[in-house]
Design a protein around this ligand. Structure first.
Ligand code: AKG
Length: 254
């Protein structure tokens, strides 16, 4: 399920596109559940109003595919790393339709720190994140944007400034994201895709949501997954080789 070429791409770019990973039927069911959660809005205005009234975070995680329960996704994650007992969270993220508004591109480039979102649960050394589209997403339709190779730049930054990871020192996250952003040589790429497509991305990838100028909501499921760690154990020792925390594809080559 993961070829050596895919593993090489993932290590270099920090992303792996998996078109049509979820079937049309499965995707349709997930999407209609999300739409029902928001009261089945029919227009861009109705979507924007529904999103002010209804929290995405209240959408039941049991209705989202997880590496701990969804057969095909579990098999994929076992290929990524057979030694990890996958721990993490999923959430629905919608980018409301704003037709007629100016194009603002990447809205808030950042990388995900495993704090807050995981609540008071077990700390997680996040490894693999994903975006699953529950509808077709075109250019300027609220696509996920990312900087290929930025996970390597971020690792190098945290090697020199380990306290910046999860903002444990003096620098706040916004300043850290700005400094990392200035070091990036690549331009952002846009994840244009179809319903059912999934993009796996390294947990240190620099990324952003973008403006949705279409008349449809961009509905996606985001997952942030990794290895549970004991409280007090550092997420990473950035002096190590970043891939020493992975046995990426070990099962594939076994
Ligand atoms: O909605 C998106 O495309 C991006 C969301 C995001 O960057 C995040 O939640 O970390």
């Amino acid at each position: 399920m993961l070829t050596p070429a895919q593993i090489g791409d993932f290590k270099r770019d920090g992303v792996l596109r998996l078109p049509a990973f979820f079937s049309t039927d499965e995707t349709r069911v997930m999407r209609s559940r999300v739409e029902r959660h928001f009261g089945v809005p029919k227009t861009p205005e109705a979507w924007r109003a529904a999103m002010l009234k209804t929290k995405s975070s209240a959408f039941d995680e049991a209705h989202m595919p997880a590496p701990t329960s969804h057969e095909k996704l579990s098999a994929l994650f076992a290929r990524v790393d057979p030694d990890v007992r996958w721990t993490g969270r999923n959430e629905v993220i919608i980018r409301a339709p704003e037709p007629g508004e100016p194009w603002l591109g990447a809205r808030a480039p950042h990388l995900d720190f495993p704090i807050g979102f995981f609540g008071a649960g077990q700390p997680v050394r996040t490894l693999v994140h994903f975006v699953i589209y529950l509808g077709d997403v075109g250019e300027r339709g609220g696509a996920f944007m990312y900087w290929p190779g930025s996970h390597l730049v971020a690792w190098d930054h945290f090697r020199r400034h380990p306290l910046d990871y999860c903002s444990r020192g003096e620098r706040g996250s916004v300043a850290t994201f700005e400094i990392i952003g200035q070091q990036l040589a690549s331009l952002p790429e846009t994840f244009v895709g179809r319903a059912g497509d999934m993009l796996l991305f390294h947990s240190l990838l620099y990324h952003s949501g973008s403006t949705n100028l279409s008349d449809q909501p961009r509905i996606a499921i985001f997952g942030r997954w990794g290895a549970g760690i004991d409280p007090g154990v550092p997420h990473y020792d950035f002096d190590r080789d970043m891939w020493s925390y992975w046995s990426l594809g070990a099962a594939a080559s076994a």
